[in-house]
Write a new protein. Structure first.
Length: 126
């Protein structure tokens, strides 16, 4: 029992020592100079790839945001044009505007109500 407690304490000390050695090696840069760098190369490449992907995604979203703002401005401009054209059409459809435009064609606006002409049915039969 006593031996097992001593072994557990040694293992804990060994792990604390190993952790501090690893942190010390990383902070001092020794882990890059040793042969162990080959063992860490996949992780280093993965981290580098993640950095490149993060930068790429950032550029993609910035570009998308710029396009969104541009489309929003274009939509506002087209809405303004639509309202202007609609207003012009409404003003040209008014009765006074129609009367002026048909006078240019040589027609006159009728001032009296139309008369209904009735025809006997026998008139057209032969």
């Amino acid at each position: 029992m006593a031996n097992s407690l001593k072994q557990e304490k040694k293992e804990k000390k060994a792990t604390k020592g190993a952790f501090s050695k690893t942190v010390n090696a990383m902070l001092s840069g020794e882990f890059l100079t040793r042969a162990g760098v080959v063992n860490h190369m996949p992780f280093i490449l993965f981290v580098a790839l993640m950095f490149v992907a993060y930068i790429g995604v950032g550029y993609y979203f910035e570009n998308t945001l710029r396009k969104q703002v541009q489309v929003k401005k274009e939509l506002e401009e087209l809405t303004s044009r639509y309202n202007t054209v609609k207003s012009d059409l409404e003003s040209s459809k008014q009765q006074s505007s129609v009367a002026v435009s048909i006078e240019e064609l040589g027609l006159q606006e009728a001032n009296s109500q139309p008369h209904i002409i009735t025809v006997d049915a026998g008139y057209f039969e032969e």
